[in-house]
Design a binder for this molecule. Structure first.
Ligand SMILES: [Zn+2]
Length: 391
């Protein structure tokens, strides 16, 4: 574990952080700062790298370091709030509520083997609505399936690029449940499904997802060990071949999972009109670019559509979502799937950051799965309707 952050990066982080007003790292000597960077597990932003002035930062810290980190923050006049007094206890609560053989449920977080069995079942139950295509395998050789509903125009939706964001796969499952149970009953859904094909990848990062259930609840990356012998896992949402940067794998699309998905999308590029990728947390609807502050050719259209999507989300339970380009709304990052999809020619490319805004973060309670999925459905349907009206 020790020193997994290369020296150059730590120094850079220090310089970066010094510019910040709210987080005055300048008072902390370099040794202490290195200590912080190495011992904090960042939830938001996803690394210390992205901390900028006036930003609220969420992180977790192991119990034995808590006292030290608290006193460091107090010494430096940083305000903080403790959201989980005992994170382990809250993780276990979520895990223990279910009996081991517990049944699959749309309003629970499902383990991978249950999701996998569900993909078989939903195809069997709805043979004229849904089919399943194996698009490849993960690093650990688990089959990756896309669920499909067919016509010419298509929307590709992936969930679970980042392992710890459990609400994301929950949404993909919810989407298919809604599609299959309301087809023929709900006029709008029927119209959408009659005219639009959906490719759904319920869990992009299956290996990482399983790891987050069994070993480390806050695991983010995949489980490959090919890029750097000292370091397991590559952040798949930095591995796409677009303005590809550092710490994103050994090369663009170095990762098995990324290769599989990009090959699939490329092979159907003429029919795919929209690319939606589901993440959590922070309540945002984002669109390209992430790697540059430059605007896309259809920026105004994307901005308007994102605005309407956030309004649709808010109309159900009043949840406030931000919208805008990734670079201006969160922070610039390279190698992201939405930028890649956009540059392949998919004009409507969106990243959703689902609930919440940090109260529970990745431990969003299961009691919020249903409402989160319901409000997100409104945005996805809105985007689908818009595309149907345009093409
Ligand atoms: Zn994510």
């Amino acid at each position: 574990e020790e020193n997994h952050i290369p020296e150059g990066r730590v120094i850079n982080t220090l310089e970066f952080a010094r510019k910040s007003k709210s987080v005055e790292f300048s008072e902390i000597d370099q040794k202490r700062c290195m200590y912080l960077v190495e011992h904090l597990n960042f939830w938001y932003p996803d690394t210390a790298w992205h901390i900028v002035s006036q930003m609220e930062v969420d992180f977790h810290v192991s119990a034995d370091q808590t006292k030290h980190v608290k006193s460091l923050m107090e010494q430096n006049g940083m305000h903080y709030e403790i959201l989980f007094q005992n994170l382990q206890e809250d993780i276990e609560k979520q895990l223990n509520k279910r009996d081991a053989a517990g049944r699959y449920s749309y309003t629970k977080y499902n383990e991978w083997h249950k999701i996998s069995a569900w993909t078989t079942r939903i195809v069997k139950k709805n043979p004229n609505l849904v089919s399943r295509i194996q698009i490849g395998s993960t690093f650990e050789n688990r089959p990756m399936h896309v669920l499909k509903r067919g016509t010419e125009k298509a929307i590709f939706i992936d969930c679970g690029i980042h392992a710890r964001e459990w609400i994301s796969p929950a949404f993909c499952q919810w989407f298919l449940k809604e599609a299959t149970t309301t087809y023929g009953k709900d006029e709008n859904m029927t119209n959408i499904l009659d005219n639009m094909n959906f490719y759904i990848l319920p869990v992009f990062n299956i290996d990482g997802y399983i790891w987050s259930w069994t070993q480390d609840r806050f695991w983010r990356k995949n489980r490959s060990n090919t890029s750097n012998s000292a370091c397991i896992g590559v952040d798949l949402n930095r591995n796409f071949d677009v303005a590809w940067g550092i710490y994103c794998g050994s090369s663009p699309e170095s990762e098995q999972e990324t290769k599989v998905v990009t090959a699939f999308i490329r092979s159907r590029i003429s029919s795919i009109k929209a690319y939606l990728t589901m993440h959590s947390y922070s309540q945002m609807v984002l669109f390209p670019y992430g790697y540059t502050y430059e605007k896309t050719p259809n920026h105004d259209e994307l901005n308007e559509l994102a605005k309407r999507a956030t309004e649709a989300i808010g109309s159900l339970y009043g949840k406030k979502y931000k919208y805008g380009t990734s670079a201006t709304t969160i922070y610039p990052s390279s190698g992201c799937s939405d930028d890649w999809a956009y540059n392949q020619g998919i004009k409507y490319s969106f990243t959703f950051e689902l609930r919440d805004k940090g109260r529970y973060g990745f431990l969003l309670p299961e009691s919020q799965i249903k409402s989160t999925c319901q409000e997100t459905m409104l945005a996805v349907k809105l985007i689908a309707n818009y595309i149907l009206s345009q093409t």
